[in-house]
Design a protein around this ligand. Structure first.
Ligand SMILES: NC(=O)c1ccc[n+]([C@@H]2O[C@H](COP(=O)([O-])OP(=O)(O)OC[C@H]3O[C@@H](n4cnc5c(N)ncnc54)[C@H](OP(=O)(O)O)[C@@H]3O)[C@@H](O)[C@H]2O)c1
Length: 337
């Protein structure tokens, strides 16, 4: 492999969407691991809506990426050099936030299970952080019961596609919202959602009213804005909202108005709980146990939108905000061994 370490560094805080010049590609020598450390060659880089949050100097759940630092991001890679007896060259590992770069030196990393039924990319999607987000958000906060109606926004995305499928496994009527007819066809025909609304084409409130004749018991919220308001209008007594994300506001340059139907949280005694997947790190075994079974048995399907080349990461990130991705957006930095 190469002896250089290409790194995307944050050089300017974006205003609105990420633009050329906000991130700069620099080249450093390949790092050398110290005592008890490992050198990991990154293979896959996860692109996530939260990358945009991390670029902003605002109150958030982690410190923002400092100007000049390597852009933070989740990776899976292969151990090239190990000075740590727990790892050997060739191990497939997930270092903690390996970054937008070719190589990372780590003190520790999570070993990634690999088999013909569980390719590495499964651990970047359903069996990775976005799958875990869907799992804990839906089961812990949504508390789905058979026969209830679950609505999922960004339904054809990494988290939404898995959340909806778990809802089906739990016996819910599942209604998704997505931005194209092709995405809606995928989630209904391939993933088994009962209905899907193309929110760009339809009146969301009217379409939800038709698709949810018994109202909405659970909302898995990824988006915010108009969709949240429509859901609040139709939410049932004792409804639950797992507040996973608000992607419609991540590029906002002006303050974002709150939901107009906020009063229904009171009238319908709705539980709304925001969560961040790192809150659940101590329960990951539970997730791995269930999800690896579901993935291997084909009960949970996953799809990766794969972009080739670290150099293309900043442009690819935009797909999350334009709706260009279906399934989990991933950049391939280097080949699998
Ligand atoms: N709480 C946590 O720990 C946690 C962890 C991971 C992700 N998240 C959140 O979960 C959500 C989904 O993340 P993901 O990684 O699975 O991304 P994703 O759904 O794979 O991609 C984002 C999707 O959001 C939709 N979208 C973008 N802008 C929109 C808008 N203005 N209105 C409606 N839909 C819009 C687009 O699909 P369409 O074509 O359907 O518009 C896009 O494909 C995000 O809000 C993210 O921040 C939270």
């Amino acid at each position: 492999m190469v002896d250089d370490n290409r790194q995307w560094r944050l050089t300017r805080r974006p205003v609105g969407e990420v633009r050329p010049g906000d991130l700069t590609l620099s080249v450093q020598p390949k790092p050398v691991p110290g005592s008890n450390q490992i050198l990991v060659r990154n293979i896959y880089l996860s692109l996530d809506p939260t990358n945009r949050i991390w670029m902003s100097d605002m109150d958030q759940y982690m410190p923002p990426v400092a100007l000049g630092d390597v852009m933070r991001g989740g990776t899976i890679g292969v151990v090239e050099v190990s000075n740590n007896p727990a790892f050997k060259p060739g191990d497939i590992v997930q270092p903690f936030l390996g970054g937008w770069q070719d190589y990372v030196v780590a003190d520790h990393a999570q070993k990634v299970p690999v088999s013909p039924q569980l390719p590495i990319l499964a651990s970047m999607s359903a069996l990775g952080m976005t799958g875990a987000t869907a799992y804990f958000g839906l089961l812990d906060i949504g508390k789905p019961q058979a026969g209830e109606t679950l609505v999922v926004s960004a339904a054809a995305g990494a988290v939404g596609s898995v959340a909806g499928q778990i809802g089906k496994l739990k016996g819910c009527r599942v209604v998704g919202l997505a931005g194209t007819d092709d995405k809606c066809a995928w989630v209904t025909r391939e993933l088994g959602f009962d209905a899907c609304i193309n929110y760009r084409k339809e009146n969301v409130l009217e379409a939800l009213r038709r698709a949810c004749p018994n109202g909405i018991d659970i909302y898995f919220e990824n988006v915010g804005g108009e969709i949240l308001d429509a859901v609040l209008t139709l939410i049932n007594l004792n409804g639950r909202i797992a507040l996973c994300g608000l992607i419609s506001s991540y590029n906002a340059t002006e303050p974002v108005p709150g939901p107009y139907m906020f009063r229904n949280i009171l009238m319908k005694r709705v539980t709304v709980k925001g969560f961040i997947i790192i809150d659940y790190l101590s329960r990951m075994e539970e997730f791995f146990r269930d999800m690896s079974q579901w993935v291997q048995s084909g009960q949970i399907k996953w799809r990766v939108d794969l972009i080739q080349g670290l150099e293309n990461a900043p442009v690819a990130l935009q797909k999350l905000f334009t709706g260009g991705n279906t399934g989990k957006l991933v950049v391939q930095i280097s080949p699998e061994p």
